[in-house]
Each structure stands twice: as structure tokens, then as C-alpha cells.
Ligand binder design. Sequence first.
Ligand code: CP
Length: 329
Amino acid sequence: MPESFLDKQVKWSRKHLLGLQELEKEEIEYILELARAFKEISTRPIKKVPALRGKTVVLLFFEPSTRTKMSFELAAKRLSADTVSFAVSTSSVQKGENLKDTARNIEAMSVDIIVIRHSASGAPHYLSRCVSAGVINAGDGIHEHPTQALLDMFTILENKGRIEGLKVGIVGDITHSRVARSNIYGLKKLGAEVILCGPSTMLLPEFQNLGAEICYDLKEVLAEVDVLNVLRIQRERINENLLPSIAEYREFFGIDRKKLLKYARPGLLILHPGPVNRGIELSTDVLDSGLEEKGICTLVLSQVTNGLAVRMAVLYLIAGAGGKIEDSN
Ligand code: CP
């Protein structure tokens, strides 16, 4: 751990990480700084430290996940915690057991942290009132996905050296996006300007109340922003008549080489939380290679790498480990 970090006197007293709305700017900065120190551990020949030895982390995922679930599990293992993964499809949820009883029975086996993803907005908050373990929100309905926004901010910081004063665009289905909400809370606290863009059926004017600007024209947004976070088009929602067609969405809001060449600022960073619908919200060539001639980078895989470090930091803080992270090498 860098000396400067160990010297820093930021107190972490939260038992749960439920969202970025309730975090102070200093707490967000503290997580990002801790994540920077943790990132180095995954580059070592032995990618493990004993910081959370003896702790148990349960992954309670009621919705599908590749990145978030796997990186929480790896993060816990790299800190030497034990992990248990809960598969809804083979659990007693199928027999009608509710969330509270499920969690309290799991907790009766002496677990320390429950990482929960659930389709119901507010499920992690409810859970935090039912159990004495620490609760981490891994995405709740359309509400928040705090560790996704933290890893997005970490990736911006790593590539731009700052967040304050940057203009960050978020494009897509804003209304139904927990990623957008957490990003707005976090980015505004760290001093970025946030511009939201998407079809009017997917971007309610109320988002201005969160301090974000709204623009329905992607060309204007591309001409202004330093970073563009491209959201997944949730094809399961097309039935709700939110879009006339996928082809129309791609034409007006899809990011491709032609639009970037014509409208984007040089040096633009493109983020996407994944999973990506190749050829819809992002064209395959831009996803794989960015746009070299304008210095435009797509950072989707860097985000995944950084997600591991951010989740190590969050688990470490929620476990209340404190003290020095010992080197296992
Ligand atoms: N970004 C994200 O939450 O991806 P997963 O659904 O794969 O976890």
C-alpha cells in the first residue's frame, strides 16, 4: 500500500454499500484511492492477500450476471475470504421462500457480507434492515448499481487523470438504467458535468432534478463530451413500445465510426457497462478498436479489470477490516 494512502485519515463507518446517492464525495474518493492500491495485487504472481481471511461473503444474485458476480467472487477470493454463491434456480426460492427468510437462513451460517442483485428496486435496503451482515448492492431494479459507477469513475480517472470539470455523456435507456442513476450521483459529487441522451420514451425530463443536462440529439452530445457511457439497449423492453424499432434506435443513438468521425471530440473515451449488443448501441469495429485516427478509445475491458479492484476495495471497507493490508509475497 502506498504511504500516502495509509496516512490518509478518512474514516469509513458504513456497514452497507447501498448506493452512491447517500455517499459523501470524500467516501467515493476514498474507495477509488483504495481501489488503485488494490489493483496492483492482481498483477502479482500470487494474486492474494490475507486481508479478509476468516470472513465469508455470500453472492445472492436473483438476476443474471457475468461481470458483477464473477468480479465480486474473485475480489473476495483475492482478499482470502470464503465465498458462497447462491443459485436462485436451485434454491428454496423455487418453493416459495421469501427474500427475508432466505437471507436470515443464510446469515444463520455466520456470514459476514451479503452481495445482492435483485430485480426489485430497494431490495438491498430492505435486506440491510433484516440481517446483521453487511449488505452490498450489486444492482437493484432500475434504482442503483453503485459498484458499476465506481468502476466507471475509476476508469475515467485512470485515463483522464481527473473527473472534476469533465463533461460525461450517458446515452441510451436512461429511465430504466440503474447504471445511469449511480453514475449521475457519483459524477456530480466529483465535479463532472453530466449530459443525458436517448429517445424521449427512455429519458424523462425529471432527470434534470438530479443535476444532469438533457439533450435528445446525439450529434450535439458527441461534439461536447470528454467521455461517453453507452448503455445497453434492454431488448426485453421493446414490448413496452419504448422504441419503434431497433433499426431506428441504431440510426439515431447507436455509436459507430461514421458518427464519431463526423461529430466526436478527439480523445473521447467510450465506456459501456456490458453486456454489449454488438451492432446496436455500439458498432463492432468501435467496440473492438475505438477510432485510432481521432484518439478515441473504447475501454470496456479496462472497466472489467477495474471492477475487480473496486470490488476488492468495497469488500475490504464493508468487512471493516481496517488496519494494514499485509503482503503475502
Ligand atoms: N455491468 C454489469 O452489471 O454486467 P453483469 O450484468 O454481467 O454483471
